[in-house]
Ligand binder design. Structure first.
Ligand SMILES: N[C@@H](CCC(=O)N[C@@H](CS)C(=O)NCC(=O)O)C(=O)O
Length: 141
């Protein structure tokens, strides 16, 4: 299997944490794949029409995205305690935790995008809102 990968992507890092926690990191090759929102990556587009990382290409040539799907898939490849229990309240607790993490990563990506703009173009209200949400999140963990 092949993982479209970048060290800069927090969603890729989330997948790598799952891969190491479940002991399956050696089952796929990480392929450095640059992405940018304004420049779709043509080779990645063949596997993922959204041109997003992470994307996992399986041995049969089919591809899985996004990170939550990949994490659940990796969790099926080992015989240890599952990161995502099959059902019941434990499953929904795990999915909720993942949604929390994904939401925070979304906020941080948008936050970075906003802060990379020239100061005069940055939307102060957006930056303040990101800060409120991030603080609230930190108090929950
Ligand atoms: N919900 C997606 C988010 C993935 C995502 O936003 N990836 C970023 C890199 S961290 C990306 O590929 N951006 C390029 C683009 O949007 O064109 C997931 O969980 O995999």
């Amino acid at each position: 299997m092949k993982l479209h990968w970048s060290p800069r992507s927090p969603f890729v890092r989330k997948v790598m944490v799952c891969a190491y926690e479940t002991g399956v990191a050696d089952r796929f090759e990480c392929v450095r794949t640059p992405v940018a929102m304004d420049t779709p990556n043509l080779s990645l587009l063949r596997d993922n029409p959204l041109s997003k990382l992470p994307t996992l290409v399986l041995d049969d040539g089919s591809a899985l995205f996004d990170s939550s799907v990949i994490c659940e898939y990796l969790d099926t490849l080992h015989g240890g305690a599952p990161l995502f229990p099959a059902n019941g309240s434990e499953r929904f607790r795990a999915l909720q935790q993942q949604a929390f993490a994904d939401g925070l990563l979304d906020i941080y990506l948008l936050w970075r995008q906003e802060r990379n703009k020239p100061p005069a173009q940055q939307r102060a209200q957006w930056l303040a809102a990101f800060s409120v949400k991030s603080d609230r999140f930190a108090r929950r963990i």
